[in-house]
Design a protein around this ligand. Structure first.
Ligand SMILES: C[S@@+](CC[C@H](N)C(=O)[O-])C[C@H]1O[C@@H](n2cnc3c(N)ncnc32)[C@H](O)[C@@H]1O
Length: 275
């Protein structure tokens, strides 16, 4: 069953393909890895790997170009535009890239020994159905490793927190047709909620780690990051322009001596084994 939420996501990614990699690829954890690299490193020995909600294929390309030879690499996404960008990545020639819903995966049982998903699972509805599909396509002993958004870091004292303070009242005040629909299942944002969904589907207890990702950068880079997490498109153009100029002014007050704007977010790194 396609939902209002999925129609929203398809439309957003059709007009903003690669929005997540533009926002997050330059982010770094304390040890210097991006959140994509952290996830790649959670499936080090897996040779048959699926990326769920693969977007423009950055994570698949990392998997293809490092680690053991991957005999099967597959990506699914709702967005034809994101998949078109993934198909252009030189490393992904042999990968199976499919327009499909996570709730109905076009793969046979036990096809994979690893499933990864970066910033996508927390947007998906019908969480039990997604968990059942992941349990079906992962072989027993296979690894599910996921990065989930955890919001602004450092108590919101950096630019992402500032953006949220400015943007939230604008979304709340916008007319109904400009509202972003509520996306995903909130249970998947906590360890307890995760186990409540994935335990009955056939997964062991989740290993849950919260990591700070530094996204400090030039004012343009930081705007691309924070505005990429939300669809500002439906807001009135003057409201959008006002948000951008207020954000530029407020974040400039946080600027480091070299002119860069401090920005950071947390992500949850969740790993579970198919029992
Ligand atoms: C925030 S983007 C992340 C893209 C990519 N993983 C990355 O981090 O660069 C979320 C992606 O999940 C996809 N997605 C959301 N719900 C989905 C579903 N039910 N089935 C398949 N893909 C879905 C969206 O189309 C979108 O490309």
């Amino acid at each position: 069953m396609a939902t209002v939420q999925e129609a929203f996501l398809r439309a957003f990614h059709a007009t903003h393909p690669a929005v997540t990699t533009r926002a997050m690829a330059r982010g770094r954890s304390a040890d210097g890895r991006s959140s994509y690299e952290l996830l790649r490193d959670r499936v080090p020995g897996c040779t048959r790997v699926l990326d769920l909600g693969c977007g423009d294929g950055l994570l698949l390309e990392l998997l293809a170009t490092s680690g053991p030879p991957r005999t099967v690499l597959a990506g699914v996404d709702l967005s034809a535009e994101e998949l078109a960008l993934a198909r252009r990545r030189p490393g992904l020639g042999p990968a199976a890239l499919c327009a499909a819903r996570a709730q109905q995966l076009p793969f046979s049982a036990a096809r994979f020994d690893g499933v990864v998903s970066h910033m996508a699972l927390m947007l998906m509805g019908e969480a039990e159905q997604v968990a059942a599909e992941l349990a079906r396509v992962l072989e027993p002993g296979g690894t599910l490793a996921v990065v989930l958004g955890g919001g602004a870091a450092d108590g919101g004292t950096e630019a992402y927190g500032e953006f949220l303070r400015l943007a939230r009242p604008l979304f709340r005040a916008a007319p109904a047709e400009q509202q972003i629909p509520s996306l995903g299942d909130r249970r998947l944002r906590t360890r307890e909620g995760w186990d409540a969904v994935f335990g009955p589907a056939g997964f062991g207890p989740v290993a849950w780690e919260t990591v700070r990702i530094d996204l400090t950068g030039s004012p343009e880079q930081v705007w691309a990051t924070v505005s990429g997490f939300y669809d500002l498109g439906p807001l009135d153009p003057d409201v959008r322009a006002d948000l951008r100029s207020r954000f530029a002014a407020e974040s400039a007050e946080l600027a480091l001596p070299d002119g860069r704007i401090p920005c950071a977010m947390t992500v949850h790194l969740a790993t579970a084994t198919r029992t």
